[in-house]
Ligand binder design. Structure first.
Ligand SMILES: [Zn+2]
Length: 255
């Protein structure tokens, strides 16, 4: 049974499968999500720019989409509530630009993007963050600081400005619940609360059992006293879809 404070949680928006560097199949991740009574999960395998993590190109992404569509049909037929969202963890370069074609991204249900390189730069990286947030194809910025416990402290930026920009664009910043990351941390989540920024929870699971990491993210948002309506994964499926659609339409209109 879910604890009282976690009852609003509908799903998990970052996880990897065998398509890139995860150990489970899409179906195995879905089974683990069903055990947690989730309404949705997003499959976010790495994109082609991150070769070290087996990142996939547009062709593989399309094939993965077909696998997910088939699985969703089977889930519907078995009258389950889970829907598997086709997403990606798009790699962003040091200028905040992605590495996948716009067509491949617009075919996805939701797009998460993250920095994986030039993460030890000490100078202020605000421009990189603002460029990433303004990328019209992205709805969620993954593990925003790039911090890893006992390994890397992460990037520095003008956080209030980054959160304000995300709020202005109605985009979300992620709490990556992976124990070594826990990024955003509590101090940054308090800035998010002040600016009314949307927050997405993703376990960054690389094995089905790692969906349990969600509890670290829930604990962080609880401690930061973030309002439930700002948590992306607290939205029911239809509301989540309409938020994504709105962000996409606004992004295109702004171009
Ligand atoms: Zn990542």
């Amino acid at each position: 049974m879910k604890p009282e404070w976690a009852k609003n949680l509908r799903g998990d928006l970052q996880m990897h499968t065998r398509w890139s560097d995860g150990s489970g199949t899409v179906a195995e991740m879905a089974d683990a999500a069903i055990e947690r009574s989730y309404e949705y999960i997003a499959i976010t395998d790495h994109s082609k720019g991150l070769k070290i993590a087996g990142g996939i190109d547009e062709r593989a992404l399309k094939k993965q989409g077909a696998e997910i569509a088939k699985l969703n049909t089977a889930l519907r037929e078995s009258r389950g509530i889970l829907v598997v969202l086709h997403s990606i963890e798009m790699n962003l370069n040091r200028c905040g630009e992605g590495d996948m074609s716009p067509e491949s991204l617009s075919a996805l249900d939701i797009v998460l993007a993250s920095f994986h390189s030039s993460l030890r730069i000490v100078e202020d990286q605000t421009d990189r963050y603002l460029a990433a947030l303004r990328n019209q194809h992205i709805q969620i910025l993954g593990h925003p600081r790039g911090r890893i416990y006992n390994f890397r402290i992460g990037l520095s930026t003008d956080w209030p400005r980054v959160f304000a920009e995300a709020t202005q664009l109605d985009k979300a910043l992620e709490v990556d619940c992976y124990p070594d990351r826990q990024d955003l941390n509590l101090a940054l989540l308090k800035i998010a609360r002040k600016h009314g920024t949307r927050i997405s929870l993703g376990t960054d699971a690389h094995h089905p059992w790692q969906l349990e990491f969600i509890e670290l993210g829930l604990a962080a948002i609880l401690r930061a006293k973030l309002p439930a309506e700002r948590i992306v994964n607290f939205m029911p499926k239809e509301e989540l879809k309409s938020w994504i659609q709105t962000v996409r339409t606004r992004s295109v209109a702004r171009k």
